[in-house]
Design a binder for this molecule. Structure first.
Ligand code: HEC
Ligand code: HEC
Length: 237
């Protein structure tokens, strides 16, 4: 008995030590690129929904151009040793009291207080962790196939629940429930022209109407992912 326990315990301990060593090594390295991070990071989801429409940032895979590229904004500071806590403070100050638009961004005002309280803490610490960090790149999406990546990079999960993508948003309908009742063309319309038809019970909540910018091939991958991952396979009737 005891000997068989021993033979199990020893490899386990070795594995754990291995993990600890790996973790410690990870902390000390100065060039840990690429840095991907977590998809279900709350700050990342909030950033995608509230900030990414105007700001480019590699880790968020956001492409907004109405405001400055946040990697570019903080890269130089980081290089000379600006601390994450300092960046966090700058982000918070900007969100609470946006600077009036400068030459580069005429006519665009960043609205004040887009996020507050805990949400602001989460967004600010998220930006502080990744903006301007060399090697920062979007994390690989949960779920399989290219459509999962499209789902994740467009922040669908911040508003929708979809088990296959590991998302638990509640602002919009639960996609595991509604997708099986929709045809592919209905799904497409719901994404690219959300005001055309409103989901039952959500008549007064808006889905952003910016997804008509998703390239056609990505849109098809996204729809295939939604259909296959909710088991509605043959889009029959
Ligand atoms: C409607 C577009 C818009 C949205 C949404 C928006 N911003 Fe901005 N943001 C801007 C503009 C425009 C500027 C540039 C202001 C200026 O000219 O100094 C800016 C500036 C910034 C800066 C300063 C960058 C620098 O160069 O110092 C930070 C940080 C920032 N925004 C973070 C955020 C965060 C975080 C969010 C989401 C909570 C957000 N922004 C949402 C438009 C936006
Ligand atoms: C900011 C929140 C938000 C984001 C981001 C968002 N949605 Fe929605 N979505 C909603 C809301 C709210 C509704 C219900 C109102 C409506 O039908 O337009 C909705 C409706 C839908 C519907 C129709 C459901 C039905 O029963 O008719 C589909 C499908 C859908 N969304 C898919 C997506 C996909 C895919 C993405 C990413 C490309 C996405 N949504 C991004 C909030 C969001």
């Amino acid at each position: 008995m005891t000997s068989s326990f021993k033979s199990i315990k020893i490899p386990l301990l070795v594995t754990m030590l291995g993990l600890l060593t790996a973790a410690a090594a990870g902390c000390g390295t100065s060039d840990p690129a690429p840095i991907a991070g977590e998809f279900d990071d709350r700050g990342r989801q909030l950033f995608t929904a509230k900030c990414g429409t105007c700001h480019k940032m590699a880790q968020a895979a956001s492409t907004g151009t109405q405001g400055p590229d946040l990697d570019a904004a903080f890269a130089a500071g980081r290089e000379v040793g600006m601390k994450a806590s300092t960046i966090e403070g700058i982000v918070k100050a900007q969100v609470l009291h946006p600077r009036p638009p400068e030459e580069g961004f005429p006519g665009v005002n960043m609205p004040a207080d887009i996020v507050t309280g805990n949400d602001l803490d989460d967004v600010a610490s998220y930006v502080a962790r990744y903006a301007g960090v060399p090697g920062a790149e979007p994390p690989l999406a949960p779920g399989s196939g290219p459509g999962a990546q499209v789902y994740a990079e467009n922040g669908c999960g911040s508003c929708h629940t979809l088990a296959a993508a590991g998302s638990a948003g509640t602002l919009g309908p639960d996609l595991d429930e509604v997708i099986p009742g929709l045809s592919k063309s209905e799904i497409e319309t719901a994404i690219v022209d959300p005001d055309a038809t409103k989901a039952k019970g959500y008549e007064n909540v808006a889905m952003p109407d910016s997804f008509d910018s998703i390239p056609a091939n990505q849109l098809n991958e996204l729809i295939d992912f939604l259909v296959s991952s909710t088991g509605s396979g043959s889009s029959g009737s």
